[in-house]
Each structure stands twice: as C-alpha cells, then as structure tokens.
Ligand binder design. Structure first.
Ligand code: PA5
Length: 451
C-alpha cells in the first residue's frame, strides 16, 4: 500500500485542477522517455528498476557484512560527498534517535567524513578515533573526488597505524565503480571488501545501492523494509503513467505549473528535525538534476517551527517567488503530554493534557494557512510515520518526481556538468598538473587574497 498522500488543497487557490491536469501530456511524454530510455541521460536510468531488481541474496549479504562491522565498531565512518553520503545520512538520521550518540546502544555511531575540506573537522575526528574502535566505508563512484580522497588518505593512515595493515584492511569497505577509478584499483590491490555502484546509477540516485544500503544497515536499520517501500512506489509509478491517481506525477506537474507561474524557489518544510538530512538529500537531487541551461527551481529547506523564528518573516512577506512542500509526519514514535501547572504563569494550561504532536500539528496547519494567505502556494506530503517502509516510498517518490520534472523542463536530469567549474579552479590554484594554463590568470584575479 502507498502510505504517502500528496494533498493539493493549498495549491488550488493559485493553480486550478484543470491547469494542473493540462500537464498530463507532458507527464506521459516524460514517462515514455524514462521507461523507453529515449530521453537525455538515458544511460543513467538504472535507479528506475533498482528496488524490484535488488535480490534478497544481495540484501542478505549486505546485512551479514553490516553485522560483522557492527560487532567490532563503536564508530562507523562513512567517507563520501554528495550522492555518496547524503542518501545514507538522510535515512539514518530520519530513523535514529536524535540523541543516539549519547545513548547506550550496541550499535555503532555513524560519523561522516570527506564531505568538506575542513582541517579542524578531520583533525578532531582523527583525535576521536584514537579512542574508539572503528571501521569505515569509503564511497566514491568516480573514485577520484578530491574531498573523500583527501579524507580517506588520512583515515587510512590512521586505521593502519591503529590496527596494523592486516586488520585495517578488514575494517575498510570500498564502494565504487565496477572497473575504473583510483579507488577501485586501491581496493583491489589492498583486498578491501568492495561493492559496486552500477554504471547506470548516478550518485544522487544511488541510495538504494550499497552506497546507501551498507551504511544504513550498519546503523541498524531494516534495509529490506526500506527497499520494500521503494518497490511499492516503483510499482505504482509504472502502473499509472499519468497525473490522475499518481502522486508522483501530480507533484511533478504541480512543480511545473508553479515554475511557469514564476514560483522559482521550492522550500521543503519539515516539522521533525529528524528530516533535516532528508531535505539535504532532496536539495542535492533536485538542485543538481534541474539547475541547468539557466533554468530550474531552486531547492531550499527549512525546519519548522525553529525557522519560523528566522525565515518565517521572509516566507510570509518577502519576494513572492516561492512555494512550499511540507512533509507532514502523522505519528511520532513517542508520546509526550503537556503537564498541568498549579500556577498558570506561562498561561499554557489551556493546552495541558494535549500531546506535543498536536501542538506541532496546529503550528503546521496554522502556518500553512498564513503562508497561503501571504501568497505562498503549499503542497503537503502526508506520511503516517518515520519508518523504513515509508522512507523507501519517499525516496522513490522524489527520485521519479525529479526525473519527470527534469524532462518536463527539457534538461538532462542525470548529469552535473556545472560541478566541474569549481574543481578546475581549485586544481589550477593548487598547481595540479594539466591545469597550469589557468593558474596565472586565476592568481591575478585573486592577488589580494593569496598570501
Ligand atoms: O550526484 C552526483 O553524481 C554527485 O553528487 C556525486 O555523488 C558526488 O559528486 C560524489 O561523486 P563520487 O561518488 O564520484 O565521489
């Protein structure tokens, strides 16, 4: 059963149902491009059938390996950037206790590295790892990305010094391309256990490959339930390739209609801090897939009610080029009621006895109406709970929604040519061989900033 509901009643004041349904032709054509593999970037459509094609055997293998790693690790370091870490982090943080790292649990704490170049971050991590039993996964499809490569070089030295070469090799897992890249070569020569990122699955669509599944399993989550959720959404998507009866198509059509109405910024809203990294994953998926040829909706995210006290003002009264997509979780995993006070000094007795989630829900509903009144269309994605099954559905919902959106926008949703620009400049400034031509010109432009 599909447990995710897309509610559009707070879109209709801005875009009528008929206007939305007028996108049906575009949806059908985008679906054709995906299932017939005729659109731009069609060599990267491996994610489409991924949930139904993952075998129970390979899931069992990942689970068994994850258990072995859990048994010897207080900390599990996930080294990767972009699509090579955000999917895992999104699911792990959505399903873990907020304070998992302080609770007494037999499960390793998952720590991330290689997703920036901060010297302080890595030094502090290495210092922590001096005192912790740990293992790690180094994840890079290309095997050449600077950030994870730099972090891994240092972590590898650390783990080899701590455990000796033989044991270190057993504590390192490599997840990379099947045949190319420096990481593949290293993994083969060192004998690390390795997993393959399929050629036809791009980084940001790879959460349901070992890229996401291994770290998620090490964190103690049920990857079979996650995949089962994704399978259901995959089956629905294939069965209903039009707007009516298909929430994914409806979401993609709504985004397109809003974009045409100059709502060029989409803000993903959550009322559960556990969804912070899910929004980060979504931001990468949509930003990297759509932002091309000077087109695309800018994906942003807020966490309410926290950000109602920072970004709320802008959303209510600022430039009217935004719409919100709210992820609303019906049932918290815990129950907590507001106590009655003898002296009602804070004047909260009127909500005494209510669950905190009820107050959170009223904040959500009240905010939506206020924002709609202020000219901000709202889409609402209602999910019953934060569970593996539901998160699996959400992952596939947004992946397919992104591919449809990209094709409707007439961009290639599976490449990221713009990411290279900063890399070229960084390599030139660092003096990498082959980039010398740009070095002088860049240094001239930066003369006051270079010591
Ligand atoms: O979606 C993408 O392809 C990118 O975000 C990559 O995941 C990211 O750049 C990391 O690349 P790699 O896995 O090759 O290190």
């Amino acid at each position: 059963m599909i447990q995710l509901k897309l509610e559009l009643d707070q879109l209709y004041p801005f875009i009528s149902k008929d206007e939305l349904l007028a996108y049906d032709k575009q949806i059908i054509s985008a679906y054709r491009k995906i299932y017939n593999k005729t659109g731009a970037g069609n060599e990267f459509l491996g994610w489409v059938d991924l949930p139904s094609e993952i075998s129970e055997d390979s899931l069992d293998q990942i689970i068994a390996h994850a258990r072995a790693l859990q048994a010897k690790s207080e900390v599990f370091v996930v080294v990767g950037i972009g699509g090579s870490y955000l999917g895992a982090r999104a699911i792990i943080e959505a399903l873990n206790s907020h304070f998992g790292h302080l609770r007494n649990t037999n499960l390793p704490q998952i720590i991330y590295a290689g997703h920036q170049l901060s010297e302080d971050y890595l030094s502090e991590l290495l210092e922590l790892l001096d005192h912790k039993e740990y293992s790690m996964a180094v994840i890079s499809k290309s095997g050449t990305t600077t950030e994870p490569a730099v972090a891994f070089r240092m972590l590898r030295t650390h783990i080899e010094q701590k455990y000796g070469l033989k044991e270190a090799r057993k504590r390192i897992v490599a997840i990379t391309d099947n045949s190319r890249g420096a990481l593949k070569e290293l993994a083969d020569s060192e004998g690390y256990t390795s997993y393959v990122v399929p050629d036809d699955v791009g980084g940001r669509y790879s959460v349901l490959t070992p890229v996401g599944l291994l770290p998620i399993a090490v964190a103690g989550m049920d990857i079979k339930a996650l995949v089962s959720g994704a399978r259901k959404m995959e089956a629905m998507s294939r069965a209903v390739q039009k707007i009516h009866g298909n929430p994914i198509a409806m979401y993609a059509a709504a985004r397109q209609a809003l974009y045409k109405a100059r709502k060029t910024n989409e803000i993903m809203v959550n009322y559960e801090p556990k969804l912070f990294y899910f929004s980060e994953w979504w931001k990468q998926l949509y930003g990297e897939s759509e932002g091309k040829d000077h087109k695309g909706i800018f994906p942003a995210a807020v966490g309410f009610t926290t950000d109602l006290h920072s970004m709320g003002q802008y959303i209510q009264n600022g430039l009217r080029n935004i719409f919100e997509t709210v992820i609303s979780v019906e049932k918290p995993t815990r129950e907590l009621r507001i106590p009655e006070a003898d002296f009602d000094l804070d004047q909260l007795n009127y909500i005494a006895g209510k669950r905190l989630s009820e107050v959170n829900l009223m904040a959500e509903l009240g905010t939506t109406l206020a924002h709609v009144d202020g000219g901000v269309p709202n889409l609402r994605i209602r999910i019953p709970e934060l569970s593996e099954e539901v998160m699996g559905q959400l992952i596939y919902f947004f992946e397919m929604g992104c591919a449809l959106s990209g094709y409707m926008l007439e961009v290639n949703p599976f490449d990221q040519p713009g990411v290279e620009a900063y890399k070229k400049n960084m390599f030139a400034l660092l003096g990498k061989k082959g980039f010398e031509d740009q070095t002088t010109e860049l240094k001239k432009r930066l003369k006051n900033k270079l010591s």
